[in-house]
Ligand binder design. Structure first.
Ligand code: NAD
Ligand code: SER
Length: 317
């Protein structure tokens, strides 16, 4: 893998970044995976760290030259719930950061870019069940608008300038190694901490709100599989639909109850309910399966068992 050059992860201190850095460091050796964020990342002591605000294009350029970076994974963004609280800044961060990276790729300073999109590109007029790869997209959040626009720009930079940029529309991601950062799907992470600590959880979505979800391990593996697939296999340069599993708060609560019999869930929907209502319940990811061989590992029982097993040690430490 060393022929592919060094990697920079921007926003590496977040929910995905910590796990992506660990996974990339097993393939490329940790010294070749440079991690950057607004502040140091104690969870990644073995990776070279650069303090970086992605809005500072000159600083990004300097880091790319200093380390001879060839690939950038751009993860810095405001997510759906925090984006609605600060729409102007969400638009600025989510769009300008992407332009900075795509422009440096266009100018041949880097060879390859990964930038995640989201199920938030879909909206209330999108078919909700088995949402197709290509369909109506009228997103209801600033976050979704920025992801939809970002997908269009990725496609444009590929078509006009040959930039090798790749993307996935992640569903809600659930992992135990790092905390989530302001999403609507994050209830499905918080629920495990509360179940282990207090045997109860008040959910900010209603009981029958089905959403597409995925174990973080599957999401990281998908990301690496996409990034390592031959360029000619990548037919979609907006972003790939990706499906793992779908469930409601009531269904995940019932699965947790099989392990923690006293566990109780209550429901107090807030502004995030409207966001969830506008998103798909399940996703058709036939293109990802056909183009680069995607297949999920985790179903709901496996995911719940894995989360409880790993979080038990952390929560009761
Ligand atoms: P997160 O909020 O956990 O992490 C984002 C990281 O970016 C944080 O460590 C933050 O400090 C950093 N950051 C913020 N502003 C920055 C700046 N100006 N410069 C540099 N770093 C900055 O987010 P995440 O869940 O890890 O998501 C990463 C990406 O994946 C985002 O683009 C998000 O939209 C996308 N995504 C996430 C999910 C999910 O369920 N977590 C689902 C779909 C898409
Ligand atoms: N998990 C993300 C969110 O809820 C979806 O992109 O914001």
């Amino acid at each position: 893998m060393s022929t592919l050059g060094k990697i920079l992860i921007v926003g590496a201190g977040g929910q995905i970044g910590i796990e992506l850095a660990e996974a990339l460091s097993k393939i490329y050796t940790s010294g070749n995976v440079i991690v950057s964020d607004l502040k140091p990342i104690p969870a990644l002591p073995n990776n070279p760290f650069e303090k970086l605000d992605i809005l500072d294009k000159n600083a990004l350029f300097d880091i790319i030259k200093k380390h001879d970076i060839k690939q950038v994974y751009l993860l810095a963004a405001l997510l759906s719930a925090t984006g609605e609280q600060n729409p102007a800044f969400a638009w600025k961060l989510n769009m300008e950061g992407l332009f900075h990276v795509l422009d440096l790729a266009k100018e041949k300073h880097i060879d390859k870019v990964y930038w995640p999109s989201s199920i938030a590109v879909f909206g209330p007029t999108t078919p909700r069940i088995n949402t197709p790869q290509q369909t109506v997209m009228e997103p209801s959040t600033v976050y979704g608008i920025s992801k939809q626009a970002g997908e269009g720009w990725c496609n444009w930079y590929f078509n006009k300038h040959g930039v090798d940029v790749r993307s996935i529309r992640y569903p809600g991601l659930i992992g135990w190694k790092s905390a989530p950062g302001g999403g609507t799907t994050d209830y499905a992470v918080h629920i495990f901490y509360e179940a282990l600590k207090h045997q109860k959880y008040e959910c900010f979505l209603s009981e029958n709100t089905a959403l597409p979800m995925m174990h973080m391990e599957d999401a990281i593996r998908a990301t690496l599989e996409l990034m390592h697939a031959p360029s000619e296999n990548i037919r979609i340069r907006t972003a790939y639909n990706l499906s793992g599993l779908s469930f409601t708060p009531a269904q995940i609560a019932a699965e947790i109850k099989k392990h923690i019999t006293q566990f109780e869930i209550t429901y107090k929907p807030d502004f995030r309910q409207n966001i969830a209502n506008s998103w798909p319940a399940s996703i058709d990811d036939a293109a990802a399966r056909a183009d680069w061989g995607w297949k999920e590992h985790y179903n709901l029982p496996l995911l719940v068992e894995n989360m409880l097993k790993n979080l038990t040690h952390l929560v009761h430490r």
